[in-house]
Design a protein around this ligand. Structure first.
Ligand SMILES: NC(=O)c1ccc[n+]([C@@H]2O[C@H](COP(=O)([O-])OP(=O)(O)OC[C@H]3O[C@@H](n4cnc5c(N)ncnc54)[C@H](OP(=O)(O)O)[C@@H]3O)[C@@H](O)[C@H]2O)c1
Length: 357
């Protein structure tokens, strides 16, 4: 299959983002030329960290403005590229036609480039495990690449919070189908990252995530059990640097084929309250004072806490497929939390709440 050769040219969408920024750095470290796509190259608060990379000084890294809501947005940027890492978010996942349209814009630019041979599309584990009925995870607890959410459930709608998962599945299929039908010969590989934890490279990235944002709140002494991905779901993590290595590795791999997807997670999982406790365990010198942990879970879900926790504990997280496709060793979550905390303080300017000496 058309794997990326050494010293290739790769465009990265969402390059100013948390994951995209690390994908840029990883590709540069591997020797590739990178075209970093952002919405506004003049916004130094977002792109300053890219401009500060040594490869920007030489010209091996270049910056490009593109908004994927506009047809033809990447025509010029992709021209002459060998690969594309499509990491960027879209403006909403709750409108399936809009999501399809943004994919069509990128696919058209890939076709017109005449040079792109592989696209790696960033999806999410939400496209693997996000269920409208959580008991589906009891019936099908093995979380690997073959698992899809129950798409026949009538409650699988954006109104019920499933838009993100639906949109990610649409994108995966749009790229794989277009590549299969393409006269120009490229392939599309999907990566499904789990919960990204690790160092931010730019202050603005502390507001994304949500995982680094939650750690910033913990540092400030505002701890509220997170329900955004479902009640009492543990964090199921990947270090953002390992996620970037998965993106780059899949661009380079000869052992992958169009339409395949790969989950990027270490398979470690940790409950919210244990993530809070980890900060003091890995960085005792910080004297972190998290304050009380507040549980604002709705009462109807609180009543089912033991059931939710047991459903998640019964899930089997698999990462053997990506480990067979690319050389990757996943960092321990302790390291990701430590490096995230240190970057939030040093790069993000977060002031931790501390116990007295
Ligand atoms: N973070 C996680 O834990 C996680 C887990 C699973 C999957 N993912 C997926 O990974 C990808 C990156 O996530 P992230 O956490 O790195 O997010 P992020 O920090 O918010 O970065 C996302 C980037 O998307 C760009 N973007 C949004 N709308 C755009 C548009 N209309 N046109 C062009 N660019 C647009 C933004 O670009 P500008 O800054 O230039 O405006 C932003 O830098 C997403 O696809 C997300 O669904 C993330």
């Amino acid at each position: 299959m058309p794997a990326l050769a050494p010293n290739s040219t790769v465009a990265v969408t969402g390059a100013a983002g948390f994951i995209g920024g690390w994908v840029v750095r990883d590709l540069l470290d591997r020797g590739h030329r990178v075209r970093a796509c952002v919405r506004d190259t003049a916004d130094d608060t977002k792109v300053g960290f890219l401009r500060a990379m040594p490869a920007f000084a030489s010209g091996r890294l270049t910056l490009h403005s593109a908004d994927l809501d506009q047809p033809g947005c990447f025509d010029t940027v992709f021209h002459g590229c060998d690969g594309v890492a499509h990491v960027s978010h879209v403006s909403t996942y709750d409108d399936a036609e809009y999501v399809q349209r943004t994919c069509d814009h990128i696919i058209a630019s890939v076709e017109r480039s005449g040079s792109v041979r592989r696209v790696v599309v960033t999806s999410s584990v939400a496209a693997v495990i996000s269920e409208a009925d959580i008991t589906e995870l009891v019936r099908r607890p093995i979380c690997d690449e073959d698992r899809y959410p129950d798409e026949s459930n009538p409650k699988r709608t954006p109104a019920r919070g499933q838009g993100y998962s639906i949109g990610k599945v649409i994108a995966q299929r749009a790229f794989a189908d277009a590549a299969a039908d393409s006269p120009t010969g490229w392939d599309a590989i999907t990566v499904c990252p789990a919960d990204n934890v690790g160092p931010i490279q730019s202050a603005h990235q502390q507001r994304g995530g949500p995982w680094q944002q939650l750690i910033a709140q913990m540092l400030r002494g505002r701890c509220e059990i997170f329900q955004g991905t479902g009640p009492y779901r543990p964090w199921m993590t990947v270090d953002v640097r390992d996620d970037a290595a998965c993106h780059a590795g899949l661009l380079e791999s000869e052992h992958v084929a169009n339409g395949e997807r790969y989950i990027a997670w270490s398979t470690e999982r940790r409950n919210y309250e244990d993530v809070v406790a980890t900060i003091d365990r890995v960085l005792p010198e910080l004297r972190h004072d998290p304050g009380p942990i507040v549980d604002n879970t709705p009462e109807r879900h609180k009543a089912r806490e033991a059931e939710f926790r047991s459903i998640w504990a019964g899930c089997e997280l698999r990462n053997d497929r990506i480990k067979a496709a690319i050389p990757i060793v996943f960092r321990p979550l302790d390291v990701s939390i430590r490096d995230c905390v240190e970057s939030l303080i040093a790069v993000g300017g977060v002031q931790p709440q501390r116990r007295p000496e």
